[in-house]
Design a protein around this ligand. Structure first.
Ligand code: ADE
Length: 228
């Protein structure tokens, strides 16, 4: 079972994303355990403070080493972690390939930053990987952690009811997904492509592949290798 421990000053913010639908079911089936850990519980000071002024001046507070180190030491004394990930806009960009790789982990920690970030020495000495979910800045790492966790959890065997369905997701084969349709076949003149109604499985598979390829060329040419 995958265990994801999320260290944050705002655990309440992360409660809801894991209490619905696929992510909720994954936990009740025992396929993943998500723990929300309040970083302030590891601050040994009167005000449970976890940040301080930046050396050298400038705007914004920086998260201090001690509470994070205490928290990591506590977690690491209980189990071994494959990854200790810091969510940050300057990390490596999350993509399907990275989610696939992370879905093979047993235990991972996601550390959510706030303010101007965390003391650089934590990143140097304690973090195994830094991940960004896109080239924009969020007000904290929590939403990024939820995105990463969601993309990983849905890949765990048994989480999706139709186990094959993650295989056909966008990006899984380096392409975006083909268009999908449901009833009615004709909505006031808006028609479903004939081939999908034909019952010819080979033709349907071929059509979907062509559509995926064309869509990828048009919308995300960067995903294709040369010549495709
Ligand atoms: N924290 C703030 N912005 C972020 C981003 N884009 N990705 C990951 N963590 C972040």
């Amino acid at each position: 079972m995958l265990q994801i421990d999320i260290i944050t000053v705002l655990p309440e913010l992360l409660e809801s994303p894991f209490q619905h639908s696929i992510l909720k079911r994954a936990q009740s089936k025992g396929l993943v355990q998500v723990n929300l850990i309040q970083l302030r519980d590891y601050a040994n000071n009167k005000h449970r403070s976890v940040d301080d002024y930046a050396y050298g001046g400038g705007a914004g507070m920086v998260m201090t080493i001690e509470p994070i180190l205490n928290c990591l030491n506590d977690l690491k004394s209980k189990r071994q972690y494959d990854e200790i990930i810091y969510l940050s806009p300057d990390g490596e960009l999350l993509d399907q390939q990275l989610s696939n790789k992370l879905s093979l982990c047993q235990n991972m920690i996601l550390l959510c930053g706030h303010y101007k970030g965390i003391d650089e020495r934590i990143r140097e000495h304690l973090i195994t990987r830094e991940v960004s979910i896109g080239d924009y800045v969020l007000s904290g790492g929590e939403l990024a952690a939820a995105v990463l966790a969601d993309s990983v959890i849905r890949l765990l065997p048994g989480v999706l009811t139709d186990e094959t369905s993650a295989l056909y997701d966008s990006f899984q084969d380096g392409m975006v997904a083909p268009p999908v349709y449901t009833r009615p076949a004709d909505f006031n003149g808006w028609k479903v492509p004939d081939v999908l109604l034909s019952g010819n499985e080979r033709q349907i598979t071929e059509w979907r592949h062509e559509q995926a390829l064309e869509r990828t060329r048009k919308r995300r040419p960067g995903l294709l290798k040369e010549g495709e």
